[in-house]
Design a protein around this ligand. Structure first.
Ligand code: TYM
Length: 327
């Protein structure tokens, strides 16, 4: 069965970008593939070098994964730093990556701009650590949102280059996986690009109905269409994107028609989006509270996940050593 792996950094609670961009796919994939999901706590050090309580932050994400519907008996869940085998592969992959190509990765350039006092080597080699996360399980598919496309390109490059240098067909080239027909970018509701922790524009899975509604009602709009069937400006397209991911097709079509005949009322549309998002989030929120309260259980799940992940990674690393020529 094809292998699948993906992860999320524990730099804050899960938001709708994480959920619709990634976790929803994890839940769907776990019944069809050989899946493992993890919490990328090492990656979070690239931006948060002195985390307050990184173990607890990882547990928080674990509880949120479970609340979203991940079943660890089916798809083990582990914490990245519990699998030291990853680091050996990271080292080998870094030996074959060049400064210039890593410097050209857009996320590196963005992060370097955002934290000019901390342009660390971990930030530069972020995509190789991500490649090690994936290649250590020789995964075929990686469910991710649109913002990870370039990192996935690097992961494929790492696989190809390793195979080429050592003359083997060892690593499969991992493919991005989307359930929707194309990569999803959950927009921010503030009129800016994407929803993201560092953008400060998130709706969290922990938000209550009132907070969600308030955030949606504040979403940026314009003065409305003046010509029938006109193209939608970005802020309006963003609202429709929310409707596409959270509402029924029928609801989407209804408001699309209203846009096209210029009778749309943004207030009604936002109320509808808020109601549909609340319906998705409320049961998850309740389960988060339930799962968070049992730390012992979370630790047991992470320990089991680590065991499975380490066995998988160790087998790969052993073969890699052999291929390179180490004993
Ligand atoms: P991170 O923690 O930034 O985000 C986790 C996942 O959520 C998706 N996502 C979004 N998707 C659509 N719209 C958005 N607004 C949005 N915001 C976040 C991301 O695309 C991602 O899938 N580098 C990764 C973590 C990682 C990883 C890996 C992923 C480390 N190693 C190996 C896959 C495989 C990251 O920073 O994700």
């Amino acid at each position: 069965m094809d292998k699948v792996v993906s992860g999320i950094r524990p730099t804050g609670n899960l938001h709708l970008g994480n959920y619709f961009g990634a976790v929803k796919s994890f839940v769907q994939m776990q019944t069809q593939y050989d899946c493992m999901f993890f919490i990328a706590d090492w990656h979070s050090l690239t931006t948060h070098p002195k985390p307050e309580d990184i173990r607890q932050s990882a547990r928080t994400i674990l509880a949120e994964y479970l609340a979203c519907g991940l079943e660890p008996e089916r798809a083990p869940i582990y914490i990245q730093s519990d699998v030291p085998e990853t680091l050996e592969l990271y080292l080998y992959l870094n030996m074959n990556m060049y400064l210039g190509e890593l410097e050209r990765v857009t996320t590196f350039k963005e992060k370097a701009r955002k934290q000019p006092d901390n342009v660390n080597a971990g930030l530069l080699t972020y995509p190789t650590l991500m490649a090690a996360d994936i290649l250590q399980h020789r995964a075929a598919y990686v469910p991710v949102g649109k913002d990870q496309e370039q990192n996935m390109e690097v992961a494929r490059k790492c696989a190809r280059r390793f195979n080429h240098i050592y003359g083997v067909e060892f690593f499969p080239e991992p493919q991005n996986f989307y359930f929707s027909e194309k990569a999803l970018k959950v927009p921010g509701l503030d009129g800016s690009g994407k929803m993201g922790k560092s953008e400060g524009n998130c709706i969290y899975l922990r938000d209550d109905d009132k907070t969600i509604t308030k955030k949606v009602m504040r979403a940026v709009t314009d003065s409305g269409p003046t010509e029938p069937n006109s193209p939608k400006p970005e802020v309006i397209e963003n609202l429709f994107t929310f409707m596409r991911i959270a509402s029924t097709d029928e609801t989407y079509r209804y408001f699309d028609e209203k846009w096209n005949d210029c009778s749309i009322r943004y207030g009604d549309m936002k109320k509808q989006i808020a109601a549909d998002l609340c319906a998705t989030v409320a049961p998850i929120r309740e389960r988060i509270l339930e799962y968070s309260s049992d730390s012992a259980r979370l630790d047991r799940i992470a320990a089991h996940g680590a065991e499975v992940a380490r066995a998988s990674a160790a087998a790969t690393v052993q073969e890699v050593r052999h291929i390179i020529g180490f004993k």
